[in-house]
Design a protein around this ligand. Structure first.
Ligand code: ASP
Length: 371
């Protein structure tokens, strides 16, 4: 990189992992090829704002990103943590929400910003969102914005709350069941919420990848769940509505057997907004109150996947899994009971609505509501 006089500018490390933003047109389709240095040549104005160093960790379509890569990203940030004021990671949009959630568990309480961004169109295209997103990500990483976030289309979304909700247009990500942390107006960050942090982050180095996800379709039998439970330590079932399982398909026994065998079963919903409440209907009541399955409440499926990998990387002890699952990390869940008060089977728990600690206005994207 050219030698420039940076004065007191913030020092930001750009970590490249690939994605559309770094892609070039090839005969075989868009392929990540551009280096982080090449990305920065498209936004020279960035050097007026901060000092940027480059590190090319990966150059992959995010479809090819695995939990091993999540660990490498976290390790990379840990290695360079003390040398920089903030971190920008460029990443494909397809699995960015999973990676941002995973990094939220692998690096907890970071006082420094760890900002993911990417784009729907490559940086070399005439019409592209790459430059704005990358500039905004650097701006965010230079501010007092602790923790892991995604900056995309002028929005700052907590790493645990992001979901890719549009496959083509620039507004690719939504913040699910949580307001934006901030927005950009004319390149200026308007900060709504500052994530809590410690004096130093806590880094984790282990994930258990034996976590499977099953999306129910009407009429499905228990066979797919049996298959996945045999081969994994945890199964997340994306059910219908607020949650439940088909009653005539043997699912109850499947879940019962799996839990007796020490597996973790989590029910969540296919509905994008507002989350689960499994005990409400007959189809979920016994699962929740007799078997004691866990439920996602307002967590995204991406966050549930990453959280289970993080938890089961540390323990398989049932009570501890449950305690950790319901303990909020980086605003991933608004379940209001202190984790230590949650009984193993929540039948004994007073019925409380999981969203009560946040105003209903927060369900509208972009509404600034203090947590
Ligand atoms: N397939 C690309 C990826 O996720 C899509 C993108 O970056 O927008 O790497």
């Amino acid at each position: 990189m050219p030698n420039r006089n940076y004065g007191l500018k913030k020092k930001i490390l750009l970590i490249g992992t690939g994605g559309t933003i770094a892609s070039a047109v090839t005969e075989d389709g868009l392929t990540p090829e551009l280096t982080t240095e090449q990305l920065l040549t498209h936004i020279p104005a960035i050097f007026d704002h901060c000092q940027a160093d480059c590190l090319q960790l990966l150059n992959l379509d995010s479809t090819n990103i695995t939990p091993l890569h999540w660990l490498r990203m976290a390790q990379c940030i840990q290695t360079h943590y003390n040398d920089y004021d903030g971190f920008v990671l460029t990443h494909g949009t397809d699995t960015m929400a999973y990676t941002a959630a995973a990094l939220s568990y692998l690096i907890q309480g970071s006082p420094k910003p760890i900002v993911f961004t990417g784009a729907q169109k490559p940086i070399g295209f005439d019409s592209t969102d790459s430059k704005t997103n990358l500039m905004d990500a650097f701006r965010c990483a230079s501010e007092d914005m602790p923790g892991v976030s995604i900056v995309f289309n002028s929005k700052v979304i907590p790493g645990t709350r992001a979901k890719k909700t549009r496959s083509k247009s620039f507004q690719a990500f939504s913040s699910i069941n949580y307001p934006y942390l901030g927005i950009f107006r004319d390149g200026v960050l308007l900060r709504y919420i500052r994530q809590e942090c410690g004096e130093a982050p806590v880094f984790y180095e282990t994930l258990n990848t034996k976590v499977a996800l099953l999306k129910l379709v009407p009429g499905m039998g228990r066979e797919a769940a049996d298959y996945l439970l045999e081969r994994n330590d945890a199964l997340i079932i994306e059910s219908f509505g607020v949650g439940g399982l088909p009653e005539s398909s043997g699912f109850y026994h499947c879940v019962d057997e799996a839990m007796k065998a020490g597996k973790t079963v989590v029910l969540t919903t296919q509905v994008e907004n507002e989350g689960s409440d499994v005990g409400v209907y007959h189809v979920g009541h016994a699962l929740k109150n007799q078997l004691g399955v866990l439920e996602a409440y307002d967590m995204t499926t991406e966050a549930v996947v990453a959280k289970l990998m993080w938890i089961l990387g540390q323990t398989k002890e049932r009570k501890e899994v449950e305690r950790l699952f319901y303990t909020p990390v980086a605003k991933d869940i608004l379940w209001p009971i202190a984790a230590s008060e949650i009984p193993l089977h929540s039948a004994a728990a007073p019925r409380q609505h999981p969203f009560r600690s946040i105003s209903s206005a927060a369900n509208q994207e972009g509404t600034a509501v203090p947590p």
